[in-house]
Design a protein around this ligand. Structure first.
Ligand SMILES: Cc1ncc(COP(=O)(O)O)c(C=O)c1O
Length: 454
């Protein structure tokens, strides 16, 4: 029996009624990718308020690698609810905060003894990583990348690249953020080709020190091992070793933003492990807790400890229920071998996607690591003109047919997979069938659409 069960057209009447209330009461800037209101969820399946069952390939934007309501997470949070819900670690500390930090210190990428700070969101983690890097180096500048996403608070927004909808209208931004191109081989900023380029983009950092910002003023380079919101762009193997060697030479710290890539998504606990990236600091959030808000900065102990008592943290950072959830998530990833599962899911997708790429002009690039996979859609393989409208059509077709899926990319033309890694083989195939039908539908319409838009 299929997992997807649609009792009403999507969105159903209850979702539509709630959308009316939402439009009257909630700011329009709090965007949502579908018009579907959820009623419950389990594993990789969500049920909406009209009784429709859909497969979830968005996972709350990559927060549910262990699935909706992972049993161990629910059990751990329940136990905590019976003990206490909040004291603030700043006032009355508790063991679970310490245990999460011990665990992250042991597993996070990077060499040597480590220490950890817990906060509430990915943006707060990237903000704090910058505070820590500046305090340690006593240097002001931060280098970020084109197509990067680091959050919506002011410093995080300054480090984020995409203008609409993330930055436009919110100027001015904090200063001392400089930007260089990422290793986006499909759209190389230097019009070079890998491997003959010899990762010129990484080597070009030395040039930036002459023409953009003096190396001795740079505290850190912040980088996503694989671009998340930027479209799952996956750098070639030489990129990070080359980049980090240049940073080390100049005493510049490397911050790996693993908010979206972390916790088994890429087939390893952290994407850094797969890409030869050895950071000084790592930011983590999303799938750390299986659905509760918590984030972390883990890094070299000597760097992390440069700030004094009270200089970092906040009222809610490392909430007790979130800490218990994180401990359960980390155990579940190991016990259920979710890194290996991510690789299996990624391979299944790649097989189907290779067929789509040879079949349709629309599918320009297929990329990713483990279960962090994406399709970049284009109007023509020759011109690589971004197929943003077609991408919207694909995501809409998908949710109307029972698959929740998200787009990404600076041009809004990337379809990305963020499914729970506990998705069954049958659900995975069913989801791929819906995606295939959505692509076929968009590819068929493409002729007329291209004519309308040009
Ligand atoms: C790489 C990366 N960093 C930071 C953030 C910001 O996280 P949050 O939305 O929890 O503030 C995100 C969110 O998508 C992200 O993907």
């Amino acid at each position: 029996m299929s997992t997807v069960q649609l009792r009403t057209p999507i969105p159903g009447p209850r979702s539509q009624a709630l959308m009316k209330r939402r439009n009257a009461a909630v700011v329009q800037a709090a965007y949502h990718a579908t018009p579907i209101f959820v009623s419950k969820a389990e594993g990789a399946v969500v049920e909406d308020v009209d009784g429709n069952r859909l497969i979830d390939f968005a996972g709350g934007i990559g927060c549910l690698n262990t699935g909706h309501r992972a049993p161990a997470v629910i059990e751990a949070v329940r136990r905590q609810l019976d003990r206490f819900l909040h004291t603030s670690f700043n006032v009355l500390p508790y063991e679970s905060y310490v245990a999460v930090c011990e665990k992250l210190n042991a597993i996070a990428p990077g060499k040597g003894p480590k220490k950890t700070l817990l906060v509430n969101s990915g943006a707060e983690a990237t903000e704090n990583a910058v505070k820590i890097a500046r305090a340690y180096t006593r240097r002001p500048a931060i280098i970020a990348f084109e197509d990067a996403f680091h959050g919506r608070t002011y410093m995080a927004m300054a480090m984020t690249s995409k203008t609409h909808p993330y930055k436009a209208g919110f100027e001015p931004f904090p200063t001392e953020v400089y930007r260089i191109p990422y290793a986006y081989c499909y759209r190389c900023s230097y019009s070079l080709k890998y491997p003959s380029c010899e990762v010129f983009c990484a080597k070009h950092l030395e040039d930036a020190f002459k023409r953009v910002v003096a190396a001795e003023t740079v505290a850190a380079v912040i980088v996503e091992p694989i671009l998340g919101e930027g479209g799952f762009v996956t750098p070639p193997p030489e990129f990070f070793p080359t980049l980090t060697a240049i940073c080390r030479k100049h005493g510049i710290l490397v911050i790996a933003d693993e908010v979206q890539t972390g916790f088994a998504r890429t087939g390893a606990m952290f994407a850094c492990e797969r890409l030869g990236l050895e950071p000084d600091l790592v930011t983590m959030a999303k799938s750390l807790t299986g659905g509760l808000p918590m984030a972390a900065v883990t890094g070299r102990a000597d760097i992390m400890d440069v700030s004094g008592p009270g200089q970092l943290g906040g009222t809610f950072g490392g909430n007790p229920a979130a800490c218990e959830a994180a401990l359960a998530v980390l155990e579940t990833i190991e016990k259920e071998n979710l890194c290996a599962r991510a690789n299996v899911l990624g391979e299944r997708f790649r097989k189907r996607a290779a067929k789509w790429q040879s079949q349709w002009e629309l599918v320009g690039d297929v990329r990713g690591l483990g279960a962090m996979q994406a399709l970049e859609l284009v109007r023509s393989k020759a011109t690589r003109q971004p197929a943003d409208e077609e991408t919207k059509q694909v995501t809409q077709y998908c949710y109307e047919h029972g698959l929740v899926i998200m787009n990404a990319g600076s041009y809004g033309n990337v379809i990305r997979l963020l499914m729970p890694l506990v998705v069954t083989d049958a659900q995975m195939e069913e989801a791929m069938d819906v995606l295939e039908a959505a692509l076929a539908n968009a590819a068929e319409k493409k002729g007329t659409l291209t004519a309308q838009l040009t």
